[in-house]
Design a protein around this ligand. Structure first.
Ligand code: XIL
Length: 458
């Protein structure tokens, strides 16, 4: 997992010309920062996107808004299974390629949506089952993720696989009937095909702590523990006239598992509460450093899939609605993403000096731990902050309570699993400038209460 992680992060820097620099271009050419959704989000280290479809690209009023406001695009339908593989092993890339080309020409990011889903499957796949469907599905993931390799910021690898209602379990579908491991098989195939993309699980009715979101939470926790390559969870957020009071807490508990969270398909029923609900969602994302971006499911009310709900930020005459103003204000008021987990672009001699002589005492580094516990287990997220001399490498020692043991670690290497465990940096996060912060995490069984981290820098 650590090597996968390193590959992703290193590669993310390598393709900076396509992605990060593109974002800079968008900032430079759009209206000044703080006056559009995309620019305001980018100032805070995030994206603000929309779903669209290339058939809208000839509509000049619509495109004026799209190009001005958004720095991330999702293909509303054109990258789905029925669109991309209408006949078995015959692929149609037209709409997806058009969307990617437009995004790249404007320095926008692309979310890929969606590799596997029980809906919008081509007829030939609907008629398959068992191992034949499994191999067709994995082939689909491999071919599609390979085609757009290096061009996708985040992929919805699996969409809507959990059941509504109180079960917290999987939804029945032809894919589910191929075996419960179909989701992890899809993530592993996507990771092999496009190691740079963030790989997300995406679903709806997950807008608070409820049975469905808890079922997904347990799956993500299990994936992290077993090294299944999942990077993010998408919260569609198709909302009505109310919003769960624990919307933010729910996002936070996923972030605490060590995945990014993204708002992927936001739209809100028109009504007296619309602007407030948009405000609440935006504020929640801005309050969570691992909430990396927000995507609304369309630009203008008249193109929305929710006919009559008028759930978007622009009316049919391209005018901003009150909800737009609420979102923009929250983006501008929000907190920037701290520069965590970012590998040094050009490693240089650390400001800490001679690597064989650790900086004295408290100048080295400090660490804090935040715990997310449940009966029988916990996830610990640890923040490492470099002292005034910076670090060339670091080790955080923690003594686990009796009976507790480490079952999985990310962004660090653990020595031992019980008693006093030492977590050392991996290759990309050891070198920190003075005051710079990085994070790692681990999952454990038993109770994690009372652990005090001690950080040593080299
Ligand atoms: C919707 C599109 O917006 C419609 O145009 C299409 O007819 C049906 O799909 N959850 C998802 C999206 O993940 O793909 C769906 O998009 C909306 C619900």
């Amino acid at each position: 997992m650590a090597s996968t992680r390193r590959l992703k992060l290193t590669a993310a820097v390598a393709v900076a010309g396509a992605l990060v620099a593109g974002m800079t271009v968008a900032l430079a050419t759009s209206a000044s920062a703080g006056t559009t959704l995309g620019a305001s989000a980018a100032e805070k280290g995030r994206y603000f996107g929309t779903a669209t479809d290339p058939h809208m690209f000839s509509n000049s009023g619509y495109m004026t808004v799209l190009n001005r406001e958004f720095n991330q695009l999702t293909n509303e339908n054109g990258m789905k299974w029925d669109a991309t593989e209408p006949q078995r092993n015959q692929f149609n890339w037209t709409r997806g390629d058009q969307l990617v080309a437009h995004a790249q020409s404007r320095g926008m990011l692309v979310r890929g949506h969606a590799l596997l889903w029980h809906q919008q499957q081509p007829g030939w796949a609907q008629g398959l089952s068992g191992s034949d469907l499994r191999s067709a599905a994995i082939n689909h993931v491999t071919q599609v993720a390979s085609h757009w390799r290096g061009k996708i910021h985040s992929w919805d690898v699996v969409n809507e696989a959990f059941a509504d209602g109180g079960s917290g379990g999987r939804r029945d579908s032809n894919l589910q009937r191929t075996g419960n491991d179909w989701i992890e098989a899809a993530f592993r195939a996507a990771d092999a095909a496009d190691p740079n993309a963030k790989l997300c699980y995406n679903d709806y009715n997950t807008d608070g702590i409820n049975a469905k979101s808890t079922g997904i939470y347990n799956m993500v926790r299990d994936f992290k523990a077993r090294g299944v390559p999942i990077d993010c969870v998408g919260f569609q957020s198709h909302l009505g006239t109310t919003i769960a009071g624990d919307y933010q807490a729910n996002l936070q508990r996923f972030a605490d598992l060590g995945v990014d969270v993204q708002i992927t398909e936001l739209d809100v029923q028109q009504g007296s509460n619309q602007a407030n609900i948009y405000r609440t969602v935006t504020r929640a994302c801005m309050a969570i450093s691992r909430c990396t971006g927000i995507t609304v499911w369309g630009v203008r009310d008249c193109e929305s899939w929710r006919t009559g709900a008028n759930p978007l930020l622009f009316d049919c005459n391209n005018n901003k609605k009150p909800a737009y103003d609420a979102v923009l204000a929250e983006l501008n008021a929000g907190t920037g993403v701290p520069p965590t987990s970012t590998p040094p672009v050009n490693p240089t001699t650390p400001p800490g000096g001679n690597p064989t002589t650790p900086p004295a005492g408290g100048a080295g580094c400090t660490a804090t731990v935040s715990l997310n516990q449940w009966t029988g287990g916990f996830v610990a997220n640890v923040r490492v902050t470099a002292g005034s001399g910076g670090t060339r490498g670091w080790t955080v020692a923690m003594t686990l309570p009796g009976g507790a043991s480490v079952t999985g670690t990310w962004s660090a290497t653990a020595s031992g699993s019980t008693g006093t465990v030492r977590f050392s940096n991996v290759s990309y996060n050891g070198q920190l400038a003075a005051g710079q912060v990085t994070e790692f995490g681990f999952q454990g069984s038993g109770s994690g209460s009372g652990m005090t981290p001690t950080c040593t820098a080299s």
